[in-house]
Design a protein around this ligand. Sequence first.
Ligand code: PLP
Length: 411
Amino acid sequence: MSLINENFLELQDSYLFSTIAKKVAEYTKENPDKKIIKLGIGDVTRPIVPACLDAMHKAIDEMGTQEGFKGYGPEQGYEFLRNAIVENDYNQYGIDIKTDEIFVSDGAKCDTGNIVDIFAKDNKVAITDPVYPVYIDTNVMAGRSGKFNKEKEIYENIVYLPVTAENNFIPELPKEKVDIIYLCFPNNPTGTVLTKDELKKWVYYAKENKSVILYDSAYEAFITEDNIPHSIYEIEGAKDVAIEFRSYSKTAGFTGLRCAYVVIPKTVKGFSKTGEEISLNKLWNRRTCTKFNGVSYIVQRAAEATYSKEGKEQIKQNIKYYQENAQIIKNGLEEAGYSVYGGVNSPYIWLKVPDKMTSWEFFDALLNGVNIVGTPGSGFGKHGEGYFRLTAFGTKEDSIEAINRIKKWKN
Ligand code: PLP
């Protein structure tokens, strides 16, 4: 008899995107003539840029030759990409990261999910709320969350850090001691950011408490304002306490191609039960070599091309396109009288739903009233209730049209 990992039974079913799809399908069936604008799911829509396409074509041709053929590559990623990352994403900004501190992967979802493998079950974990659900669910699977309290809508062993308009979307340092802290900035779903000074507090906290910060900066390319850190390593001391996750998904439209990376400086340490310092880089390397066989050569060449002169310029144009959409949506919603957050350093726009409505009630009203689909904030956690997420990843035309509809609807 095979016994299951009972931690999985503790997972709460997420019906968020399936419920949205069902509601949209029902509405479309009843109203086939209505044009629905989808600003819900956080997937990109702009095609892969020519520099990356060229690199992939070249890599494919190479694979068909005896000299150029590649079998298994290094589990941690090819040196050409790891070097390009170090140079372009870190050294260029005065951050001293070494090639063997970079691990290339097929996605930040897998990385932020798999990282829990190298930590003991007994760690106390702090997670912001609302949140990208992967952080919570993977800790549930690993048995770190405790039971789900249905009444309170929380896992008993997780320390939740609310981020709402009341605290300006700046999480407060935990009152109790925590060992692992998940931070994601620019944030999904709220679209908000931390300044360097705010992030400093977390680095100090982690140093003082010997905790590790898991810093997800999948959306760093969307930052427009100065003084907003692109990398946690811009903060002095962070190299002792932080692991950083980056992805080409939103930066370069690789959601379908799949490529990301993790940075684990050799100076970040965990502890054995006897108090011995252990390098997390070493543990992650061991895990990677055991469970992963690397990202495809072709895709890694495409990722490398994002750092070429043309690649950088082309990607910048795509990001600019989404940033303009974000501005259109944010400004339009404000003109329509909504309280709006995010959208400046992020492709996500987070709005407060009108008084006394729930996130889902607003979803239904928006779908039925003006045929626009967004994502109810409550789907991202208890403190997302009363908020609603729209994304800038649609077309410019749809973003403008959506705002025009909302303005007319409101007036
Ligand atoms: N981290 C955050 C905060 C995200 O919102 C997403 C995707 O939406 C990911 C990671 C996943 O990125 P990837 O496509 O690299 O798996």
